[in-house]
Design a protein around this ligand. Sequence first.
Ligand SMILES: Cc1ncc(C[n+]2csc(CCOP(=O)(O)OP(=O)(O)O)c2C)c(N)n1
Ligand code: SF4
Length: 281
Amino acid sequence: MNDETLNVQLQPKQYKSAVKPVWCPGCGDFGVLGSITKALAGLKVQPENAAIISGIGCSSRMPTYLSTYGFHGVHGRALALATGLKTARPDLTVIATGGDGDGFSIGGNHFLHTCRRNPDMTYIVMDNQVYGMTKGQASPTTEPNWQRGKLTPAGTGINPFQPLAIALASGANFIARCSSSDSNGTARILMQAIRHPGFSMVQVLSPCVTFRPEQREWKNMLIAAPVAMQATSDPAEAARLLLTDEGIYTGILYVGERPVYQPKLESSIDDIAEFEEEFRI
Ligand SMILES: Cc1ncc(C[n+]2csc(CCOP(=O)(O)OP(=O)(O)O)c2C)c(N)n1
Ligand code: SF4
């Protein structure tokens, strides 16, 4: 971190780029963009010391709208990219962003293993229970009886993926759920997620007003999780909470203490030609 830029207090809007979001009016992702800028400002992370990494989807456009470093990658590969970056540049604040399709479908395998590996980064999934960008197909978190999808007119009939329970079982070190309709509350949780060592998984319920207009009602259905001032660090207690909450508890649901993945950076490769030879087919 550059000493000259340490602790300079920027306003949240200074974390926004000059690019105007192309999201549909009313999309929940606007609220999440605001929360990320507030969290970075609150933590006094300078834009040049942060990197936002994403895959593909409406929500994955996030890096474009921020003045930090960023990488809008390929579908489902945000966590692989982000892990590589954090490993090479542990000094950076690395945040991966994306949607439920990107993260739990095509990127599902990376999700499991990033939780397991536990690099010190934050993953923000804007969950709208649908593939927004490709016009409204069912995603892993879609309810089994959602019948408006053109590919699944009778519903998927499949149990939804439970991102937070799976994150817990796979080893994520901080687990929270929030809502895009509560921009300040989400910003506060993101600050804690970013500060906490290890892999922080934050599911933000973020309505797709175009393909799931009924999600506008989410803001009236969310309830604060029944945890005391302090989130539990007991995985069994967290599992009980996550598996019985019907998907609407918000707040910090688990805080763990697993060791962070940060391999040593010294290279043992002295001769690159010799290394290439080893991999020649
Ligand atoms: C390899 C690959 N497969 C499929 C696609 C098409 N595709 C683009 S975005 C997307 C799903 C996006 O849904 P989600 O991640 O939930 O994000 P949202 O748009 O809802 O924010 C898909 C299937 C692609 N870009 N690349
Ligand atoms: S299609 Fe849905 S997720 Fe995509 S920008 Fe529009 S409201 Fe947001």
